[in-house]
Design a protein around this ligand. Structure first.
Ligand SMILES: [Zn+2]
Length: 80
């Protein structure tokens, strides 16, 4: 997918947030397709993206935080 360089402020656009991976997390990373796994002794972060298509919410994607950067921030800079 081509990287979008536009940074216009529309009301309902896809956005990303950074969150700690919590126990029981069952998501798969969109980038590497491996499970986003909680590890008791590590504080690992994931990026959760709410994806909007044509102005309405479509689905959620999860990334490992490093994978999200590797994928060139597909849904923009994540906020906390
Ligand atoms: Zn990953």
């Amino acid at each position: 997918m081509a990287k979008s360089a536009t940074k216009t402020k529309t009301k309902w656009k896809s956005r990303a947030v950074t969150r700690l991976i919590e126990a029981g997390e069952m998501s798969e990373c969109t980038h590497c397709e491996e499970r986003v796994k909680f590890r008791a002794r590590e504080r690992n972060y994931q990026v959760i993206c709410n994806v909007y298509i044509a102005g309405s919410w479509d689905h959620v994607e999860h990334f490992h935080a490093p994978c999200y950067e590797e994928a060139s921030l597909p849904f923009g800079e994540p906020s906390d």
